[in-house]
Design a protein around this ligand. Sequence first.
Ligand code: SF4
Length: 316
Amino acid sequence: MTKTPLTLYLAAPRGFCAGVDRAIKIVEMALEKWGAPVYVRHEIVHNKYVVDGLREKGAVFVKELDNCPNDRPVIFSAHGVPKAVPAEAARREMIYVDATCPLVSKVHIEAERHHANGLQMVMIGHAGHPETIGTMGQLPHGEVILVETEEDVAQITPRDPEKLAFITQTTLSVDDTAGIVAALQARFPTIVGPHKEDICYATTNRQGAVKAMAPKADAMLVIGAPNSSNSKRLVEVGRSAGCAYAQLVQRAEDIDWRALEGIGSIGITAGASAPEVLVNEVIDAFRDRFDVTLEQVETAVENVEFKVPRVLREPA
Ligand code: SF4
């Protein structure tokens, strides 16, 4: 049977970022150094395939530190943790390794610096996301006001409107965040903040590639987990850039082939916590059904790498 021709646009950059790569390495190296089990507070990164793979090697994923014994190492996820968590691990004299992405830690430091200068913080982020909880947890309760939308900006009641600074989650939509920052600056003209926002290079670059790819594609798939903030933003960016059908899939088995009937082109990308093996699985699934011509849509080249903490580079 002759297969229908299909142009498959592959976004670049896509998939793993330096922070995710480092966090996974940290768990693997901790298992090598201390043996199994090694406890991990929360999913180390938001991807079931990655988490299941590490679980098979001996990682035990738990919700809270209370679920970890004192005598086994514990790792904190790439999203960051409230200050109280490492403090509690130290009190219990546990071995702990912090896999917080250095770009999230940078935002934590910014928040502390502004707080030390007497400023109250406004955080642009998603309520309930581990990164937001971790970042807000760097400062005492009430010192960080969360806003999720431009509408929220009109509702907040800071202690002193002239003594404010803002920070952002690292995985937000670049365009939506620009609108919220503008609303903050309009209402609080003296608000202090980063040059643009704290959205990381990986989020920005993946969104940039989707913006270039989406208008050419009849449909678009983002490989990523339903709880992955940066992956969900890629779907939204794809839709706003002109691709009417943009969907999140965890892997090939999630693809709704009936919805893709009649397409001549497909755009594929992957969130920062989705491994390349799942991208290849999806490409293979398209090759099984279509006569695929693959075209890479490259908008940036990344060469960022973060070192693992020293404790893992030293012998046991
Ligand atoms: S998405 Fe950005 S902030 Fe999050 S882990 Fe990756 S590099 Fe770090």
